[in-house]
Design a protein around this ligand. Structure first.
Ligand SMILES: Cc1cc2nc3c(=O)[nH]c(=O)nc-3n(C[C@H](O)[C@H](O)[C@H](O)COP(=O)(O)OP(=O)(O)OC[C@H]3O[C@@H](n4cnc5c(N)ncnc54)[C@H](O)[C@@H]3O)c2cc1C
Length: 506
């Protein structure tokens, strides 16, 4: 009797899962066995090029919870998820040497490293006469039915969206299989989740007192489904999404579905389907459309990642633009630790560090500040995001950073966010800033976004001395934006001025 392996990757669910459905079908029709595996590969737990850990404690914890939940879901279907450890191509070829395997079924992942691993697996298993069948990535639109050649996907989001909305298709999610009729037995080298946690390269996943809101992000289908139900049906927050989505303080300001989407505990089609059910049964308005609009941004970046491959991660970005980026380590450290002297930037960076999350508004602001005010290499920012975000997705993260740095597709020449204006618009009373920066708790609203302008006596009454309790701004906002505009345009004579200015501020 032959076996079909389902290689679970970032698709940790049993619904809307083409490989699982196919394996179950073959099991029912041909009598094949189903072998569900997840591989903990040390490759993903190493360091980024700049030496940041690739997986944070909270992301590691989310993954363990998601795997534990997936195991339970598979057991409910009558199967068993087998956990293995090691370099993916070797683990799969060893597995295929142990039993009579007909094929390995998986979802294709578009990010270049993930795609390369799949090619390696295909090559190694080819020598064992085992076929690897990969299914299209799980986008909201039907990957295989878009009105353009994949290698010619539009570079501009609006064009992409219009084409896909008009001439693409959006089929509903696939059903969960009724059952796994024949499950394969134990395999050599299986480990338990407790053993995974004890591996020296796996992050320590204990919850610390610093992990604010940690319990709000629990991995797994169950928790993702609960979040979806809460956001749509229990609170109707979805019906206000367009108005609240730029908020930074409240958990229901936006859907917060990104981590479940990133690990594939929920698929984009499942979310779309539920939003459409909500539109039919409750309310259909601009907000309900807008969530689907944002999910199309996700689709867009996945298509771009597929089209451009490794270029997405290169210094010059998708444009191959030559910019003499700075690598000033003091500036980078100030940005990472939330001590730039700009409260809006600092609050967001502290939130990221403590929770593994940052709102889209925050991400755009801190990315603009890093590239357009500090002039730092955008990849340093992207790597720090990779290291801290629970919802990290390489295509979305590096795609958005390309965009923010002005090196991506759809880049409109030099665009930067005026942090002062952004703060006044999105945090007028400074509530968000006070929540994350306790040093500024007693600063009056008038000064909360420009505390460096407080008089000495105001600093005393606000119990916040600038320069000791909270830093002075590390760069002048407008001056630095001008200098980096020249840097972006390739005018190197400004570089010296920038270095002098940086010195002045430290
Ligand atoms: C510099 C930068 C880096 C980013 N890195 C990531 C990342 O690693 N992983 C990630 O999931 N998102 C990333 N985003 C996109 C976006 O910020 C998050 O998806 C969003 O903030 C998650 O919160 P939410 O689920 O409440 O979003 P909502 O506003 O509720 O949006 C719903 C869903 O739409 C998708 N979406 C929303 N905005 C975007 C966008 N700009 N690009 C692509 N998809 C989007 C996400 O899947 C999101 O969960 C990044 C954005 C920027 C500017």
């Amino acid at each position: 009797m032959t076996t079909n392996v389902i290689w679970f990757r970032n698709d940790l669910r049993v619904a809307d899962h083409a490989p699982l459905l196919e394996a179950c079908k073959r099991s029912a029709q041909l009598g094949d066995k189903v072998l569900a595996v997840y591989i903990f590969d040390p490759k993903w737990f190493g360091k980024t090029a700049s030496g940041f850990p690739r997986v944070s404690r909270s992301r590691g914890r989310f993954l363990l919870e998601a795997i534990s939940d997936l195991s339970r879901q598979i057991e409910l279907l009558g199967g068993k998820l087998r956990l293995l450890v090691g370099e993916t191509p070797s683990v799969l070829s060893e597995l295929c040497g142990q039993a009579e395997i007909r094929s390995v079924l998986c979802h294709h992942e578009v990010a270049s490293e993930e795609a390369r691993i799949e090619s390696e697996v295909r090559e190694r298993l080819g020598t064992l006469a085992v076929e690897v069948v990969s299914y299209p990535p799980t986008t909201m639109c039907d990957w295989g039915n878009v009105p353009f050649d994949l290698s010619a996907a539009p570079e501009v989001f609006t064009k992409f969206r219009r084409l896909v909305e008009k001439r693409g298709t959006f089929s509903p999610p696939l059903p969960t299989p009724d059952s796994i009729s024949k499950s394969a037995g134990a395999v050599t080298g299986e480990v338990t989740l407790a053993e995974v946690q004890a591996l020296d390269w796996f992050p320590d996943c204990s919850v610390s007192a610093e992990d604010k809101k940690a319990d709000l992000y629990r991995g797994g289908v169950d928790a993702g489904t609960r979040r979806l139900r809460h956001y749509l049906w229990e609170t109707d927050a979805l019906s206000r999404y367009k108005e609240t989505r730029n908020g930074m303080l409240e958990f229901d300001d936006s859907s917060k579905l990104s981590a479940w989407l990133s690990f594939g505990c929920l698929s984009a089609k499942e979310v779309m389907h539920e939003v459409e059910r909500y539109e039919m049964e409750r309310v259909k308005n601009d907000s309900t459309y807008w969530l689907k609009f944002e999910l199309l941004w996700r689709d867009f970046f996945l298509f771009m990642s597929f089209k451009h491959g490794a270029k997405l991660y290169q210094r010059g970005g998708l444009q191959g633009r030559k910019i003499d980026w700075s690598h000033d380590s003091r500036h980078l450290e100030a940005w990472k630790s939330g001590r730039t002297g700009y409260p809006l930037v600092d609050a967001n960076m502290r939130e990221l560090f403590q929770t593994g999350y940052m709102s889209n508004r925050g991400r755009q602001n801190v990315a603009s500040f890093l590239t357009k005010n500090l002039g730092l290499d955008w990849r340093l920012g992207a790597e720090w995001f990779e290291s801290r975000l629970i919802d990290h997705d390489p295509s979305l993260n590096y795609g958005n950073w390309n965009y923010a740095a002005g090196v991506g597709n759809d880049a409109r020449e030099y665009r930067w966010f005026n942090i002062n204006k952004q703060a006044a618009t999105y945090d007028p009373e400074g509530e968000y800033v006070r929540y994350w920066i306790p040093e500024l708790r007693y600063v009056p609203s008038e000064w909360i976004h420009r505390p460096w302008q407080m008089s000495q006596s105001l600093q005393e009454t606000s119990r916040c001395m600038i320069g000791s309790d909270y830093p002075e701004p590390i760069v002048d906002l407008f001056e630095s934006a001008e200098i980096n505009k020249m840097r972006y345009a390739g005018k190197s004579q400004m570089r010296q001025g920038y270095a002098q200015q940086s010195l002045l501020k430290f």
